[in-house]
Design a protein around this ligand. Structure first.
Ligand code: SF4
Ligand code: SF4
Length: 136
């Protein structure tokens, strides 16, 4: 299944100049359409891109970006957890490629870290009570 999403990529100064985009194209077979590029006064790189590819390459590419320290922000939509619906069953944890959903080992509740969420929507359908909602 093909996926195409617009995302903002924030590169910390240590990653500016690294061949990260090259790896995305070569290793994950993704197509990048750069919509905006800039370097902030703090030397942080900022790219607004449309990222396209097959589902597997897309998810692995997002995981790669997260692993190397690129902050990813989705454009155009947000994933919101409906707290009243979530039963903390944990079904979404292993599905989430960015680590936005995790188990709190003390409370045994499932945490949702919106900062890490890339709005990939992978958790939406597998959630039994449909607690993960797409907001536009
Ligand atoms: S799958 Fe749905 S109900 Fe289960 S923990 Fe995740 S968000 Fe909550
Ligand atoms: S949409 Fe769901 S699966 Fe995707 S990054 Fe966000 S919380 Fe994780």
């Amino acid at each position: 299944m093909a996926v195409s999403k617009r995302v903002v990529l924030h590169f910390p100064p240590r990653l500016v100049g690294q061949p990260i985009i090259y790896r995305l194209v070569k290793d994950y077979d993704l197509v990048l359409n750069i919509l905006k590029a800039s370097v902030t006064p703090k030397e942080e790189g900022l790219l607004v891109v449309e990222l396209s590819g097959d589902r597997k390459g897309f998810d692995e590419g997002i995981q790669y970006l997260t692993d190397v320290g690129v902050k990813i922000q989705s454009l155009g939509q947000d994933i919101v957890r409906n707290e009243a619906r979530c039963t903390h069953c944990g079904a979404c944890i292993a599905i989430c490629p960015s680590g936005a959903l995790s188990l709190d080992r003390v409370t045994r509740l499932v945490n949702f870290n919106e900062e890490k969420c890339t709005a990939c929507e992978l958790c939406v359908l597998p959630c039994p009570p449909r607690a993960m909602e797409v907001h536009f």
